[in-house]
Every structure is written in C-alpha cells, then in structure tokens.
Design a binder for this molecule. Structure first.
Ligand SMILES: Cc1cc2nc3c(=O)[nH]c(=O)nc-3n(C[C@H](O)[C@H](O)[C@H](O)COP(=O)(O)O)c2cc1C
Length: 180
C-alpha cells in the first residue's frame, strides 16, 4: 500500500494553493493529482457517469493510506471540482459493486491544505470537512492553511509547508506506515 496522495483543485494550477501544495509535495515526495486534468462529472442519482475518470481516481486514492485534500477557500467552501469529487464519493456508498471499496476509506488519515485571505480557515469550510471525514470514518490528521491576501510568499509561508509536511510524515509513521 502506498502512503500519501494529494488531491488538488483550484481555478488556477499555479496560484496560491498550487504553490503551497507543491512545496508540501516536494518535501514529502508525494503525487499531486490535479482534478482539473480529469473528467469528473457531477453526481448523478442514476449513476450514468460511471465511465468518467472518477472510479479510476478513487482506486488510486484507495491504494494510499493518507489523503491530502488541497483547495482554496472559495465562498467559505471548497473549489467546484473538489466539491464534485466529494459528492461523487457517494457513488462508492451507493452502487452495490462499489460499496466494499467505499468502506476502505475507513481508517485512512485525511489532511487539508488550503489558502484564503483570512488568518484562519473559515469555520464553515472546516466543519464541512470535519463532518465528511467523520461520516466516512476517516481520521482527521491536520490542516495547513496560509493567508494569501498578498499572494503566496515563500519567505512567509514555506515554514508552514515544512511544519505540515513533518506532521503528515509523523502521522504516517505513528500509523505504522513504512514510507511516505
Ligand atoms: C471566487 C472566490 C471566492 C473566494 N472566497 C473566499 C472566502 O470565502 N474566504 C476567504 O478568506 N478568501 C476567499 N477568496 C480568496 C482565496 O481563497 C485566496 O485568494 C486563495 O489564496 C486563492 O487560491 P488560488 O490561487 O489557488 O485560487 C476567494 C477567492 C475567489 C476567487
């Protein structure tokens, strides 16, 4: 089982969240999956979208023990593609042949990487993630948030990236994972 995967979604790949996530990913040597490069259609009650890229993506996620969700805060919420991804997790809780795999999310460590123009991430944004992780049985491992009111500044923000990377690494070690 591989250790950590990062799911990234922003309206710009090389914006604040992208820079922050890339700094963390290079510390941890983890893969960053940009949801913008995938065909992810919105949740469908009739699951007529099973041929898009969601199921292969979830297979990749399930082959890791730790998942980093990286998104800017847009209107107190996640970015649109991240919301689609979270909605589509419902497929793995509803479609009979996906259900056993959906249960494999339980016990995985979940982390948040986010940026905004405030000193703290919005309470509503955090609550949505906390409740989602709780519902899915995932362990909340921690959050890295930086205020990018003046853009991403390596001199100011890289320390947070390094501190968070150490947290992800240590959480993996405490969970008995051999490598990141
Ligand atoms: C559509 C939109 C909505 C935003 N909503 C919020 C918000 O609710 N709270 C906040 O602090 N910043 C908000 N911001 C600022 C962004 O979170 C911030 O600039 C972030 O670093 C952008 O990351 P990005 O470069 O990856 O898009 C918003 C920005 C945009 C474009």
């Amino acid at each position: 089982m591989l250790n950590t995967i990062a799911l990234f979604s922003s309206s710009r790949r090389n914006g604040n969240t992208g820079e922050f996530m890339d700094r963390i990913a290079s510390e941890l040597a983890v893969e960053v999956v940009d949801l913008a490069n995938l065909r992810l259609s919105p949740y469908d009650y009739d699951h007529r979208n099973r041929d898009d890229d969601f199921e292969p993506l979830m297979e990749r996620v399930l082959s890791h023990e730790q998942v980093i969700f990286a998104t800017p805060i847009y209107w107190y919420a996640v970015s649109p593609a991240m919301k689609v991804f979270l909605d589509r997790i419902s497929d793995f809780l509803e479609v009979p042949d996906l259900l056993p795999k959906g249960r494999q999310l339980r016990g995985k460590n979940a982390f948040i990487v986010c940026t905004s123009i405030c000193d703290e991430p919005s309470a509503a944004f955090m609550a949505a993630f906390h409740e989602t992780f709780e519902y899915l049985g995932m362990n909340f491992g921690g959050v890295a948030h930086v205020n990018c009111e003046h853009g991403y500044s390596p001199a100011v923000h890289d320390t947070d990236a390094f501190t968070f990377s150490a947290l992800v690494r240590d959480t993996g070690v405490r969970s008995g994972l051999s490598s990141i």
